[in-house]
Design a protein around this ligand. Structure first.
Ligand code: NAI
Length: 307
């Protein structure tokens, strides 16, 4: 069986100074990629900065015989994003792979959330992904090759108490991927999203000690790294991974109900709600206007033609 390798490929992993990002970076490097290890080196709520975290992971990669360069910029500014990609260009001449992984938490019940907590979390997770992905995507487009992975969360996909800011940012990344997969398709740029579950400093206080070892980030990285490989034709999917489990999450729409003619009454909605909500035969759509909306338009056109 041929090995999945990254020889000749250049990868940028954001927030790779610890946790999941470190694990992704180590695995990519072990399989031959030259890796930019980006990390601001701050605390879990996004305050502070240091060069230690990125340097340490670069040291680990080099010690194991791999190639890596450290980058200490924050993803949360456009200049930071540009600078991270420039580090890859200066050190290795291109960018083939980008893993948007950097993250912070500012959990608070919604009624207590401050504007600063909202802005900071969106700046790192959502704007951060934009800031790094755009300059990287431009290079990938020129080179007609790219593999991009976004990092979402079950909190965004399904909700989690005290995480409105984080959930909003994380689900927005799925929206970003949905469109980027279309814009990158012609240029052999694939974009996918991981929803991980792993023991890290972000989750150290929520997992019971006995499962921490079983939830090591190394259980997530094989999926993330496979999505970064040339072999991977997959694009536009959300994969869940943690503790040896792998699955896929998707946005689907049910068959729905059609009412002809005049706008319906509130009572008709009330009475039809179970059928409107029914998800049997639910479908996934590859893009908005081509399929989801086409279902409505074709029905309306057929109706108009019949009149
Ligand atoms: P972590 O705290 O170990 O890793 C996040 C890294 O991002 C840290 O090393 C941090 O220094 C870095 N970082 C923070 N702000 C940055 C910035 N502005 N610029 C550059 N780097 C920055 O936590 P973990 O768990 O490894 O998180 C990685 C990603 O996975 C995050 O996006 C997180 O939201 C996501 N995630 C993690 C889950 C888990 O179970 N651990 C669950 C769902 C999502």
């Amino acid at each position: 069986m041929s090995e999945v390798r990254f020889d000749g490929r250049v990868a940028v992993v954001t927030g790779a100074g610890g946790g999941l990002g470190r694990s992704h970076a180590l695995l990519l490097a072990a399989r031959g990629a030259r890796v930019v290890v980006n990390d601001l080196g701050g605390s879990r709520d996004g305050t502070g900065a240091s060069t230690n975290m990125a340097d340490q992971v670069v040291g680990e990669i080099k010690k194991a015989g791999g190639e890596a360069a450290a980058d200490y910029h924050g993803v949360d500014t456009a200049e930071g994003g540009e600078a991270i990609v420039k580090t890859a260009l200066d050190a290795f001449g291109k960018v083939d792979i980008l893993i948007n992984n950097a993250g912070i938490l500012r959990d608070r019940a919604f009624h207590n959330l401050t504007e600063e907590d909202w802005d900071k979390v969106l700046a790192v997770h959502l704007k951060g992904a934009y800031n790094v992905t755009q300059p990287a995507f431009r290079i990938m487009r020129q080179n007609s090759y790219g593999r991009i992975v976004f990092t979402t969360s079950a909190a965004g996909l399904f909700g989690n108490f005290g995480q409105t800011n984080y959930s909003a940012a994380k689900m927005a990344l799925v929206g970003m991927m949905n469109t980027l997969k279309l814009e990158g398709a012609k240029y052999n740029i694939r974009a996918n999203t991981i929803a991980p579950l792993a023991a890290s400093r972000l989750t150290e206080d929520i997992f019971p000690p006995q499962v921490i070892e079983k939830l090591a980030p190394a259980f997530v990285s094989p999926m993330v790294c496979y999505l970064c490989s040339e072999a991977c034709e997959e694009t536009g999917s959300v994969f869940t991974a943690g503790g040896g489990y792998f699955g896929r999450a998707a946005v689907v729409e049910g068959k729905g109900v059609f009412f002809e003619g005049e706008p319906v009454s509130l009572e008709q909605i009330r009475d039809a709600l179970p059928k409107i909500k029914d998800m049997s035969g639910a479908e996934e759509f590859q893009m908005a206007n081509a399929e989801g909306m086409a279902r409505v338009f074709s029905r309306l056109q057929r109706g108009a033609a019949a009149q």
